[in-house]
Write a protein that binds this ligand. Structure first.
Ligand SMILES: C[S@@+](CC[C@H](N)C(=O)[O-])C[C@H]1O[C@@H](n2cnc3c(N)ncnc32)[C@H](O)[C@@H]1O
Length: 306
């Protein structure tokens, strides 16, 4: 058991005394999440189960909620409080080691949990991705502002700005539906693509240096081409999956969630291209006094922000 694990074991009996749960914020998380009745839900790092009654109510009698934590003491307290909830079960396990069933959960919640696995973010995100059904959602939530979370962790940036975490989630294959970093909470909702198409999304590959475009007057190097192509493949597959949902006459609200995810993915890929353009083409153009390229950038930005 590492130091942090021992800390949570020892703290479990006093957790609820010290934890200031803001019911309004937790309720607004439920509204933003819009969990469907009948969902199979995992509450990863559930602690003493602060969020379990909310999830239990959303899942309803046809759904299930699994409170999951590596601290046996935390799980024991959660059980004492909530074992009367018929659709709730409890598992003691380490998110970094546990063999989660594949494509099993409709919803995985991480409430105040991510910083504890931030050092293994890539592995954890992949593990959770694999455990989520196609079309299922992952929620990363904090019912306090990001600055306060990082202050609790000794000022370490364990909870990054939403766009940084979004990037990691997109790389793993999720599409972002909502990402909010406010004065009172932090909320990210991402969706796994609606079908089985497992697009290769290998961010580990070295950046590809590409070409000199003959239409440009100056030589420039895009470093993000591979990532952009991967993202576009994923978006194409996602749209194909949405077409199939329409053909199968699937629930309109499910279709809209998937469309929102595509919308956000397109905005994301546009940002990557724009940033690459500014970082490389424009820097070169300024050095070469290529005013036409700078003018073209202004036009591109105008189109992008419309
Ligand atoms: C800050 S507490 C949050 C508890 C609860 N979600 C809440 O909001 O009150 C983080 C929880 O994550 C659990 N945890 C930390 N690392 C874990 C891991 N690798 N696997 C499973 N649980 C872990 C801890 O035991 C602790 O209960």
């Amino acid at each position: 058991m590492d130091k942090e694990h021992i800390f949570f074991e020892n703290y479990a009996r006093n957790w609820d005394r010290d934890r200031k749960a803001d019911a309004r914020v937790l309720s607004s998380f439920m509204e933003l999440a819009a969990i469907q009745p009948g969902s199979v839900i995992l509450d990863a790092g559930c602690g003493t189960g602060v969020f379990l009654p909310y999830l239990s109510a959303a899942a309803g009698p046809d759904g299930t909620v699994e409170g999951f934590d590596y601290s046996q003491q935390m799980i024991d307290v959660a059980k004492e409080k909530f074992s009367h909830l018929a659709n709730v079960t409890f598992t003691t396990g380490d998110v970094l080691k546990y063999h989660f069933p594949e494509k099993h959960y409709d919803v995985v919640c991480c409430l105040n949990f991510y910083p504890h696995v931030a050092n293994h973010s890539r592995e954890v995100i992949h593990r959770l991705y694999d455990a989520i059904v196609p079309g299922g959602m992952l929620l990363i939530m904090h019912d306090m502002p990001r600055k306060a979370v990082n202050a609790i962790h000794g000022g370490q940036p364990v909870l990054p700005p939403v766009d940084v975490l979004e990037e990691k989630l997109i790389s793993a294959g999720f599409s972002v539906v909502a990402a909010m970093d406010t004065d009172s909470f932090y909320f990210i909702k991402v969706i796994k693509a609606a079908d089985e198409a497992d697009f290769v999304y290998d961010d580990e590959e070295p950046p590809v240096q590409v070409d000199t475009h003959p239409a440009h007057h100056h030589a420039h190097h895009h470093t993000e081409t591979k990532r952009v192509l991967n993202r576009l493949s994923r978006i194409t597959g996602h749209i194909e999956a949405i077409k199939r949902m329409i053909e199968e006459d699937r629930d309109c609200s499910d279709v809209l969630v998937q469309l929102a995810a595509v919308h956000s993915a397109i905005a994301g890929v546009s940002r990557v291209i724009l940033k690459d353009h500014i970082d490389h083409c424009i820097v070169d153009a300024i050095q070469e006094h290529d005013t036409e390229a700078v003018e073209n950038l202004k036009k591109a930005i105008n189109t992008f922000v419309k």
